[in-house]
Design a binder for this molecule. Sequence first.
Ligand code: SUG
Length: 442
Amino acid sequence: MTAQEVNFDGLVGPTHNYAGLSFGNVASAKHKALTSSPQKAALQGLEKMRALYELGIPQAVLPPQERPHIPTLKKLGLTGTDQQIWEAAWKKMPEQAAACCSASSMWVANAATISPAADCSDGKTHITPANLVSMPHRNMEAPVTTKVLSTIFSNPELFVVHPALENSSEMGDEGAANHTRFCGEYGDSGVELFIYGVDQNNPALGPQRYPARQTLQASQTIAEHHQLGNRAIFAQQNPAVIDAGVFHNDVIAVGNLNLLFFHEKAFQQTDEMLKQLQSGLAETELLSISVPEQQVSVSDAVSSYLFNSQLVNTEHGQVLIAPTESEQTDSVREYLDELIINNAGISKVHYFDLRESMRNGGGPACLRLRVVLTEAELDSLGANVLYTPALHQQLESWVVKHYRESLAPADLADPDLINETRSALDELCQILSLGNPYEFQQ
Ligand code: SUG
């Protein structure tokens, strides 16, 4: 089968802000209460899409969600008009109000786990939206994510969109951020690596300080639903790196095709895992680049987001799409300069300014969801989400028209945000032919 990998990037939403909601995510805590720029954030994201498209990487977009999310506050018992509910929420339950305002759906690496048709025994592409159960502000993303993915991947002959796993701590699932697929060519069948933070049957072996967001039980259930059989490999993340701020595996490792680029401390049993990957890949040789602690410490990896880079395949080989914070961290820049000179599998690094998202702990790889698609699957998409320069122009004008240039913590309580977001999303649904996925449209 011939197929390509399409990067679906999340559009940053109009309420992008720094509420410090994610315990265990160092950047989220560090930048709490700063003033954000939703407009700049969305434009930075669009620039990354443009650059990847120009590198020849197929690109698509996923929409943001309705925030403030009034339905959640109604479930908590608040009544009145939407504006009254919003004002009351900030007085009575400010933590829930902040959660209802988060633009966290932009980090679409957490939207779902996707197994390409070539890996699944029924020959269909399987998609499981993530329940994101460990963080309340993220858990509320799942229902609309499911609707949007069901609209885009609507052809039942080609795609299966499963419901998110049940909302229980046993089944904590954070989507593609803890899942990496290896293969020869994208259309070949491959091997899928699921990295978990904790085995719920053995919680003492998990992290002690910060939460493990992905459970082995969730990863195993997804592999089963996706009919992966022995194409699924499970490995534990090193609990010490979770406790050092690595809240998702994509903060400490990234893979593409037959290449795995990772920090030497990323996993619990690295050699065994590499052996299993190689055996799953059969005659395709696995290339692994392990970055030693001596050259780049875990702490520098976390602050620079080196491993939250995207690895993409270009005519010049695999290139790394890294955040500018990596260039500004001496150990990381020196490591990468040497890596490129040695031509050990990565031929070039492109640095991108994604500072607005980075301050929330969301780098280049967090902002994208990878979907391997054949020509027939691409033709079947149920919405106008494929990136083109014309779509870029439309989205850029849409952002400039609807997004605020700045959002200070006190602005989040402004009831005008409700209608601002809704009119922006109504217009976006027209641009992307998405139907009416949001509750306010029902
Ligand atoms: O879930 N940050 C997100 C960042 C997600 C990054 N995604 C990947 N690594 N794939 C999170 O922790 C911060 C929100 C705030 O602080 O207001 C936040 O949700």
